[in-house]
Structures are given as structure tokens and as C-alpha cells.
Design a protein around this ligand. Structure first.
Ligand code: C2E
Ligand code: CA
Ligand code: CA
Length: 631
């Protein structure tokens, strides 16, 4: 074994910091390599048994010293060396793992190399210098790799920190933006839309209404004397009042409308499809009523009122700002005048509204004073000219204005719900008339009663009718009552309409579709309803011998009624020509001034007793057969 002496300056400065563990036998080539390495400055710990090497490694793992490389001569103890390599690989990757083997010992080692358990496999024999060089290179390379791994991990960690900070920042920016939007667009106290959001929506609504020629209504609802509540009861109670009122107003409107806190004690309300001029006034009324219900605050009733200003696009203004200003003017006028009322910006609407209001009051009074009466218009068989039925028509005996027709007040009855009590009165009165006529031995005829949408949609209708019939002692199953329902009402909600019709039909009512031809009935539904009559609208009858289209429509309705096995009745027949034309098209019954106008009961009774009438045989026997159930 040759030995060379190195001077201090020959020493590798990096190598001086390195600790090497060598497992090998001194007498072999490895011993010479160790000497060379030591000469290069490495601290080398040489062990002759795997057990000792194991102990040394565990001490290093425990942290008592740092180990930079292990050199393992596989011939010493193959199986235990493999265990050592696993231990290092899994728990202490710091030192480079170098294995020395002879060519005949290679089997199995390549696999360990591939699996990363061995960093470098050195073949023996080779010169001690070469061996030392290889070991040194391996250690350096391993150190560099370790350093790299560490750096990459540090960069990774940093990246993660940056990512986390970024996403945190994103979240906070988003939260702040949402907070800001909330602040700008919603009122903190009530949760309603802010004035900014209302203005925004108002501008949009105006644009889209202008496109489709629709109307937009803007309401400003100001609480009357709210300052007084705030001053005398304190701001907390004031806040509570504002919250309660905002809830009440919200309940008055549809979800498509926007309710906003417009500032202080003023609420804004945007109605985007204010098609009918009467509608806004109606809604204003509801809001006033809702506000007027006493608030329970600290066990005491608090009475509030509001004043409402309404402006309408396009008649009052063509832009959002002017519409707002006009609504405000109207609100101020309402406050100045009497409070607890609404004002339109435009005088024209105010007149309509106040007329409707006084009409409503008058109608209430008229119902109480029983100023209503029924007139009867005969229904006539075309060929025999016999009266086979009649229609009850409402009349108002106005104390000053005389007999009033329903056209002038029916819509107010409908909108205010007054039609419900009055409608039941009409039914009761009609039933009583039938009983009276029977008692007077008049010919048995059928009487038709008009039902409006509001009445028809009342779920209690069948029970209430039955109750009335029981009181009047009229047997509904005699089928002497008929209900007239307009065509447009029929198509509103097919399923519940069908169920209601079925129920009424089973109770013994005949069902007629009024104003037929003016609505848009889908034929496939018509077939499924339990119907008995179609009444051809007067507008077609009017033009039947002057307009080919009208004639064609009547012809189509008649043939439709034949195929659906329904009776067809022409309404509003005023001339002989009309009647002849109707007859030639196959229409078998009619009503109209040609025969008689609607008349008071007494007159009707004398007509019936003079002329007599036909009993209720309206259908040809073959038709009856066809409409038998089960066919
Ligand atoms: P309607 O059911 O279509 O009634 C027919 C209307 O035409 C009646 O008007 C009748 O007087 C009128 N009329 C009949 N024959 C002729 C004619 O030859 N020429 C002209 N020009 N008119 C004729 P009225 O009595 O003014 O009733 C109007 C509407 O009011 C009715 O139309 C009906 O929809 C409704 N109505 C009437 N009474 C009641 C009722 O008790 N309850 C409900 N819900 N609605 C009613
Ligand atoms: Ca009718
Ligand atoms: Ca009609």
C-alpha cells in the first residue's frame, strides 16, 4: 500500500467539513481509498461490521453528528447492508449512499440503484485514487442534489405562502366589494332596495316599457308625522316602525315590483307593468290600508298613516329623474291636502281615481241599502218563438240617477271584492224568483246567472251556493239554473277551472260560455270541460249580414257546437235580418232586443203568463243521447 503525504494547502476545503462512514475491511482496497480521502481532508469513520455501522448511523440520525456519505462494501454483510440502505433512504436521506461491489456481487444491486436506495454503485477493483475520486464526486453531487431539493422545497413553500396570501386577498376584495354593493344598493335598516337601486331599476324599466309601449308607475309613500314618533318615542322605536311598515308595504306588491327605502320616512315603489290606469290607484289604496292597521309597540297601539304620490310613464315624464320629481310633487300635494290618501301627478288620473273612490263608497252604501235589483231578459227558441229561459241581469236603482247598467260599476265591484257578497245576493234572488214563478204556475224555464272571475275563483262558491239553495228550498238537481262564465275566464287556470266546473255541473248547474268568440279558447280544452251552451257574442251577431268574416265565424261556432253537442245561443239580436241569418246558419236560440229587453220581474212574469213559455227542452233527443255519460 503506497502512501502519499499531502501538505495542508493540498487539502480540499470543502472536504474538510465532510464526515464519511466507511464499512469495509482494512486490508482491502477500500482501506487505501480511505487513506486517500483522509489525505484530502475528509473525516472518515471506519467500521468493520454492519452492526457497528448501524450504531454509528443511528447516532447520526439522533443528531449527535452530521453524516455526509456512507460507503458500504457489500461483501461484508449483504443482507444487513440492504437493511441499512432502507433505513437511510426512509429516515435519513442526508448522506450519499455509496456501495462497493465486485462484478460477481452485482446481482440484486441494480434494483436497489433503480429504487433510489443506492446513489452510486462502485465497481471493484479500481485504483485507490480513482476510487477516492469517485467517492468524492458522488458526495459532492449528492450534496448539490440535496441543496437543490431543499431550495426547490423552499421555493415551493414560498409559492404556497404567496398563493394563500393572494387567495386571502381575493376573498377580502370580494367581501369588501359585496359590502360596498350592499351599502350602495340596499338599505341597512329595512333590507329594502336603496334609492340608488330604485333609480337604476326605474331607468331600465322606462327603457323597456318605451320599447313595448307599456306603462310604468312610480309611487312615493311618505309616512305622515313620522318625525313626531322619532322625537317623542325615540329612534329605536322609530327604526322598529320603519321595519314593520316596510314589511307591510312589501306584502302589498308582487315580487316583480321593487320596494325601496327612499330615504328617511319615504318608501319608493316601482310597478313595471301598470297597464291599466286604475291599477295603481288600487294598489295605493291597499298600501294605505296596510299602513293604517295599528302597530303594537311596547304594548300600545300606534296609529300611522301615509301619503302617496304616483307618477306614470309615459304620460307624466319620459325619464327617471322627472318621474321621481313628479311623484314627489304628488306626494307633497297628498300630504298638504288631507294625508292618508294618494294623489296622481296628473290631474286626469286624479279625476278618474277620485271618481272610482266615490263610486266605491256609493256601491258600499247601495249594497247596505239594498238598491240592487234583477232584470230578466227572455231567451227564445228561434223556430217556435217561445220563451225557454231567461238571464238575470243586475241593475242599480240609484236614488238620483235612476236605473244604472252594470257596465258602469262592475269593474269597481270586481276590484274591491264587493262582487262577492253582491254575487251571492244575485244567486239567492234568482233562486227565489224561480221558486216564486213555480208557485205562480208559470211555465218552468231555466234562469241563467252571470258569474264574474272573482266569484268563480272563490273556493267556497259551491258550498255557499248549496247553502243558499237549501235556504231557498230549491232543488238544484232540477237543473233550472245555469251559470254563465266568460270565455277568457275559462282559460286562466285550466286544471282548477275544470275541477270547479265539474263540481258545479254535478250539483245540477248547466254551464254556458258567455261572449264566445272574443276569447281565445283552446279547443282541446273546451272538449274536456263539462259545458252545455255557447253564447255567440253580440259583436258577431251585429255584423252577421254585413260582414262575411263575422258570418263565417258564426257559422264556425254553430258547427263547433254541433260537434261538441252544445247548444248555441245568439246574444244581442236586434233585427229580423240578423235572426233570419242566424236561423239559416242553424242557430236555434237567441236573446235580444228584437224579442225583448231585460225587464223587471213583474213585467217578465206578465210576459210569461200572457205568451206562455216552453218547458226546458233545449236539446234534440239525439243530442241528449250523445251527451250521456259513458259515451
Ligand atoms: P252579458 O252577460 O253579455 O249580458 C248581455 C248584455 O247585453 C246585457 O247588458 C244586456 O242587457 C245586453 N243586451 C241584451 N240584448 C241586447 C240587444 O239586443 N242589444 C243590446 N245593445 N244589448 C243587449 P247589461 O245588462 O248591461 O249587462 C252587461 C254585462 O254585465 C253582462 O254582459 C254581464 O257580463 C254583466 N252582468 C250583468 N249582471 C251581472 C251579474 O249579476 N253578475 C255579474 N257577475 N255580471 C253581471
Ligand atoms: Ca251573460
Ligand atoms: Ca254576453
Amino acid at each position: 500500500m503506497s502512501q502519499r503525504n499531502y501538505s495542508k494547502s493540498d487539502l480540499n476545503p470543502v472536504a474538510q467539513q465532510f464526515e464519511l462512514l466507511v464499512l469495509g475491511s482494512e486490508g482491502t482496497q477500500i482501506g487505501l481509498a480511505v487513506k486517500t480521502l483522509e489525505a484530502h481532508g475528509y473525516h472518515v469513520q471506519c467500521e468493520a461490521s454492519a452492526a457497528k455501522a448501524d450504531k454509528f448511523i443511528r447516532a447520526a440520525m439522533a443528531g449527535s453528528r452530521t453524516l455526509h456519505a456512507v460507503l458500504l462494501e457489500i461483501a461484508i454483510d449483504r443482507s444487513q447492508i440492504v437493511e441499512l440502505l432502507k433505513l437511510l433512504h426512509q429516515h435519513y436521506p442526508r448522506p450519499a449512499r455509496i456501495v462497493l461491489a465486485r462484478p460477481d456481487e452485482l446481482q440484486g444491486l441494480e434494483e436497489l440503484l433503480n429504487d433510489g436506495l443506492i446513489d452510486k454503485l462502485l465497481l471493484q477493483p479500481c485504483s485507490d485514487k480513482k476510487l477516492a475520486q469517485l467517492i468524492e464526486d458522488t458526495v459532492r453531487l449528492h450534496e448539490a442534489v440535496l441543496l437543490n431539493v431543499e431550495l426547490i422545497k423552499k421555493v415551493d413553500d414560498l409559492q404556497k405562502e404567496v398563493d394563500a396570501a393572494n387567495s386571502n386577498l381575493d376573498k377580502r376584495v370580494k367581501e369588501k366589494a359585496e359590502e360596498l354593493i350592499k351599502l350602495i344598493y340596499y338599505d341597512e335598516l329595512t333590507g329594502l332596495a336603496s334609492s340608488a337601486l330604485l333609480k337604476d331599476r326605474l331607468s331600465h324599466a322606462i327603457k323597456s316599457a318605451a320599447r313595448d309601449s307599456r306603462k310604468v308607475a312610480l309611487f312615493l309613500v311618505g309616512l305622515d308625522r313620522f318625525k313626531y314618533i322619532n322625537d317623542s318615542l325615540g329612534q329605536d322605536i322609530g327604526d322598529q316602525v320603519l321595519r314593520d311598515i316596510s314589511e307591510r308595504i312589501s306584502k302589498c306588491v308582487r315580487s316583480s315590483d321593487t320596494v325601496s327605502r327612499f330615504g328617511g320616512d319615504v318608501f319608493g315603489l316601482l310597478v313595471t307593468d301598470a297597464e291599466r290606469v286604475e291599477d295603481p290607484g288600487f294598489l295605493a289604496h291597499r298600501i294605505l290600508e296596510a299602513v293604517a292597521v295599528p302597530l303594537k309597540i311596547q304594548g300600545q297601539d300606534l296609529f300611522l298613516t301615509a301619503s302617496i304620490g304616483i307618477s306614470i310613464f309615459p304620460s307624466d315624464a319620459d325619464g327617471a329623474n322627472l318621474l321621481l320629481a313628479n311623484a314627489e310633487t304628488a306626494m307633497r300635494q297628498a300630504k298638504l291636502q288631507a294625508r292618508n290618501q294618494f294623489r296622481y301627478y296628473s290631474g286626469e288620473f286624479n279625476q278618474i281615481a277620485s271618481r272610482r273612490l266615490s263610486l266605491e263608497a256609493e256601491l258600499r252604501r247601495a249594497i247596505n241599502k239594498k238598491e240592487f235589483e234583477l232584470y230578466y231578459q227572455p231567451r227564445v227558441d228561434v223556430s217556435s218563438q217561445c220563451v225557454i229561459g231567461a238571464e238575470s241581469l243586475l241593475r242599480w236603482q240609484h236614488p238620483d240617477r235612476g236605473i244604472l247598467l252594470p257596465g258602469g260599476f262592475l269593474s269597481v265591484l270586481e276590484e274591491t271584492g264587493l262582487i262577492q257578497p253582491l254575487g251571492y245576493w244575485v244567486l239567492e234572488e234568482s233562486m227565489q224568483a224561480l221558486q216564486r214563478w213555480q208557485a205562480q204556475s208559470l211555465p218552468l224555464i231555466r234562469l241563467a246567472v252571470n258569474l264574474s272571475a272573482r266569484q268563480f275563483h272563490d273556493r267556497q262558491l259551491p258550498d255557499r251556493i248549496q247553502q243558499i239553495a237549501d235556504n231557498v228550498k230549491l232543488d238544484l238537481m232540477q237543473q233550472r239554473l245555469e251559470l254563465e262564465i266568460t270565455e277568457s275566464l275559462l282559460m286562466e287556470d285550466i286544471t282548477s277551472t275544470r275541477a270547479m266546473l265539474q263540481r258545479l255541473h254535478e250539483m245540477g248547474f248547466k254551464i254556458a260560455i258567455d261572449d264566445f268568440g272574443t276569447g281565445y279558447s283552446a279547443l282541446n280544452y273546451l272538449i274536456t270541460f263539462p259545458l252545455d251552451h255557447l253564447k255567440i257574442d253580440k259583436s258577431f251577431v251585429d255584423k252577421i249580414h254585413t260582414n262575411d268574416d263575422a258570418k263565417a265565424i258564426v257559422e264556425a261556432i254553430v258547427s263547433l257546437s254541433y260537434s261538441l253537442h252544445l247548444n248555441v245561443i245568439a246574444e244581442g239580436v236586434e233585427t229580423r235580418e240578423q235572426l233570419i241569418a242566424l236561423q239559416s246558419l242553424g242557430c236555434k236560440q237567441f236573446q235580444g232586443y228584437l224579442f225583448a229587453k231585460p225587464m223587471p220581474e213583474q213585467q217578465f212574469v206578465s210576459l210569461m203568463s200572457d205568451r206562455g213559455g216552453a218547458s226546458i227542452v233545449e236539446m234534440a233527443p239525439e243530442d241528449r243521447l250523445l251527451r250521456d255519460p259513458g259515451r
